[in-house]
Design a protein around this ligand. Structure first.
Ligand code: BGC
Length: 746
């Protein structure tokens, strides 16, 4: 038998074995059963080194005006078995066409994985992740990812490059839009909810996606807030503040991880063996595969930790990075590196095994076309239920920042409304960053949402007034005219959809262009004015905040933006969102976050003249809007905070009354200060919350329990343990307005 024939026979045997696998015997997401393991072993024995390198290679497709387009060179590589996965390839026909190449034209017939950035929805686009986080509604966040997975798998996809779980304390960094904000504990809860939503119980279900926790690690802490920037921090900070959300993804069973572009302490993540192998695999027990970020192996030459791409590939694979996104370095160099004994076959086999295991878990060997179902594509995308949910998601993500004299909700007897501002009728901006397969033409703008909310007797006027980001004031007059004839004015102001996201760092984060001037002009007319803010990051809107206007933070709401915002503006939904990132007064305060430390010379507002204390000369230490902040159309009163220690736990009870005149939901937040630690502790740390509906006039009694595990923290040996002593328990409506009680736990 020739070698070629031998390979063919082995390949056929393997395919038969795979097809015959009793998948019901799988141990689920967490493992591969012994039968499948043997089959993967057999397949590995038949693969050439080039085919192995191919399995570790991920390439992307582009899109032309006429439709999807994959470079012919890539097509050739697929047929040679030199591609393991593709991204930016979706829709059933296109996925089927390329999968067919892998299944019918390659020697080993190993199916491809199809990945995509399903970041906040697939076709039905939900609010940006930072906005969703402000809902503090884990079930809703999970459900939005469930729908995203439903839609994406109906269009041929099986892998999402999400969730992004990078903790971020610097709003200059544009990618804060993609994360959950500044808090580690809340970020971990959200990370787990998102993995559960994408993957379901079993990502082999056919309508669930394999998730990818990114960007490992600490991508959210670039110096100066400049994207891709250097990260340098103590090991303690890394463990305490940045790593837990990634770990939460592992605990939730995430199938893959993505490396980050940045270096940490001089080592680019993609070459960091300690991160990718020691911590992720050995300490945390992660069993899936690791993919690079886009060409991050090649970029090591720029980082300067190597002279050439070949050596960068050596560093990455030896660090435990299994798949190369778009850089082609594994394909180009692994065969040589192996021959030169710079990379062992065992290392390569291990990486290939992890990729093949993912394919087994996705059910691709069983049926490579299982995600290519035309009926599903027609029936399970942008359904009325999905759109209704998206509308709800917009409303629960809104945060009411200011509401003087109860300007909002818009009075029922309103006769005419003027909507003014560059974001009022711009469908394209509603999707925000990472528009994925979202179709901007299908977005509902604010003006459209308002028009469909009011009856025919109410006039709704619209004028743009100005652009988001230039100095053109020629639209001011027309804007003034419609404001003049309306009873109520809504200003739609903010950033455009592309001012946040990747490669969108900014040093000035006030409203861009002449929008503040427009607002000041309109306010002079003396009408009731509400601002709907559209933005992908906290903004330093001190100037706008000085005006007597209501301000509703709406983020970028996605497909149903205008409808969901209108629900809040008209009071159909009482806003209950709370900020998960601090809004600074100005950029000089950055980084600013709620869980800072006291310092040896803390500033005391009661002694505001003190000089040698930790303060600014020209600005207060306090932010414009703190973490956890958000108003409602009703009010809540907190009382009777009781703590008691029982069985080594702290039980906390508090009463929250709805003291206003509408039903409303409140996010009741629990913070802790550990008074004395061998390692100094933050002034406040979020340790729990409950989102509750409290009817007008009603008082609810809420209970929380804190265990020693909840109060444990990292020590210089990077071990986490509890230190007995005094704790101050704070409960309140945001991180600053709280009631508190001291308690001792030994
Ligand atoms: C981003 C990733 C993304 C990848 C693929 C990169 O530039 O950093 O978050 O998943 O591109 O689109």
């Amino acid at each position: 038998m020739t070698i070629g024939n031998k390979f063919k026979l082995a390949a056929i045997l393997n395919i038969i074995l795979f097809a015959a696998t009793v998948y019901g015997q799988n141990t689920g997401d967490k493992g591969i059963n012994p039968v499948d393991k043997t089959r993967i072993d057999n397949l590995l024995k038949t693969m050439t080194i080039e085919e192995k390198a191919g399995q570790l290679t991920l390439f992307m497709s582009g899109w032309d005006v006429t439709g999807p387009k994959l470079d012919n060179n890539y097509k050739g590589l697929i047929k040679e078995g030199k591609v393991g996965a593709l991204f930016n390839v979706y829709t059933v026909d296109y996925v089927r066409e390329l999968q067919k190449m892998a299944m019918e034209e390659t020697r080993l017939k190993i199916p491809l994985i199809f990945g995509y950035d399903v970041i906040h929805g697939h076709r039905t686009i939900f609010p940006i992740p930072l906005g969703q986080a402000c809902s503090w509604d884990m079930a809703a966040i999970e459900q939005s990812e469930r729908i995203a997975a439903q839609e994406a798998t109906a269009e041929g996809l099986n892998w999402t490059f999400a969730p992004m779980v990078d903790v971020a304390r610097d709003p200059r960094w544009g990618r804060v839009a993609e994360g959950a904000g500044e808090d580690t504990w809340l970020g971990s809860e959200i990370a787990a909810a998102r993995v559960r939503g994408f993957q379901g119980k079993d990502y082999k279900a056919g309508n669930t996606l394999m998730a990818c926790a990114k960007h490992f690690a600490a991508y959210g802490a670039p110096q100066g807030g400049r994207d891709y920037g250097t990260v340098d921090m103590s090991q303690l900070s890394l463990y305490e503040w940045y790593l837990p959300p990634y770990k939460a993804c592992v605990d939730a069973g995430v199938g893959s991880f993505m490396t980050s572009f940045n270096e940490i302490a001089g080592v680019p993540s993609t070459a960091n063996k300690w991160l990718m192998t020691d911590l992720l695999r050995k300490d945390w027990g992660f069993g899936g595969f690791v993919v690079t970020d886009y060409t991050s192996i090649n970029e090591m030459v720029n980082h300067g930790n190597t002279e050439n791409t070949k050596d960068a590939a050596r560093q990455a694979i030896n660090a435990g990075v299994d798949m190369d996104m778009q850089g082609s370095t594994y394909l180009d160099f692994l065969p040589e590196l192996m021959k030169e004994k710079k990379v062992s076959m065992a290392t390569i086999d291990n990486a290939v095994r992890l990729v093949l295991e993912a394919k087994v878990k996705l059910g691709l060997f069983e049926d490579p076309y299982r995600y290519c179902n035309k009926t599903r594509q027609e029936q399970e995308v942008m359904t009325p239920d999905q759109l209704a949910f998206a509308r709800k998601m917009v409303a629960v993500s809104c945060v009411l920042l200011k509401n003087p004299k109860q300007v909002l909700p818009i009075p029922e007897n309103v006769k005419s409304i003027a909507v003014i501002g560059p974001l009022g009728d711009s469908k394209k901006d509603m999707l925000g960053n990472w528009t994925a397969a979202g179709e901007w033409e299908k977005c509902v703008t604010l003006v459209e949402g308002i028009r469909s909310m009011v009856n025919d007797n109410v006039e709704v006027y619209y004028e743009k007034g100005c652009n988001t980001n230039d100095l053109d004031r020629s639209g001011f007059d027309a804007a003034q005219k419609i404001a003049d004839k309306a009873d109520f004015v809504i200003l739609a102001l903010g950033e455009n959809g592309w001012m946040s996201g990747e490669a969108a760092s900014r040093t000035r984060i006030d409203l861009p262009g002449v929008q503040n001037e427009l607002a000041e002009l309109i306010v002079k007319l003396g009408k009731p004015v509400a601002v709907a803010l559209f933005n992908g990051r906290p903004l330093a809107i001190t100037r706008l905040n000085n005006l007597p206007v209501a301000i509703l933070e709406t983020w970028f709401g996605g497909t149903q933006a205008g409808n969901g915002i209108a629900d809040v503006l008209f009071g159909v939904v009482n806003p209950a969102g709370k900020l998960t990132m601090t809004f600074p007064r100005n950029e000089g305060q950055i980084p600013i976050f709620y869980n800072g430390k006291n310092t040896g010379r803390p500033y005391n507002p009661a002694d505001s003249g003190a000089k040698y204390v930790s303060r600014y000369l020209d600005c207060s230490n306090d932010p414009l809007f703190p973490f956890g902040f958000g108003l409602s159309y009703t009010t809540f009163a907190y009382s009777n905070l009781v703590t008691n220690v029982n069985g080594g736990k702290i039980n906390v009870t508090v009463q929250v009354a709805n003291s206003g005149n509408r039903d409303g939901e409140e996010v009741v937040q629990l913070y802790v200060r550990d008074k004395v630690g061998t390692i100094t502790r933050p002034l406040k740390e979020l340790k729990g919350f409950q989102k509750v509906l409290i009817r007008k006039g009603e008082t609810k009694s809420l209970n929380f329990t804190l265990t020693k595990e909840d109060l444990a923290f990292y020590h210089p040996d990077l071990k986490k343990f509890f230190e007995p002593g005094e704790f101050i328990i704070y409960i309140g409506t945001n991180s600053q307005e709280t009631i508190s009680k001291s308690v001792v736990l030994n």
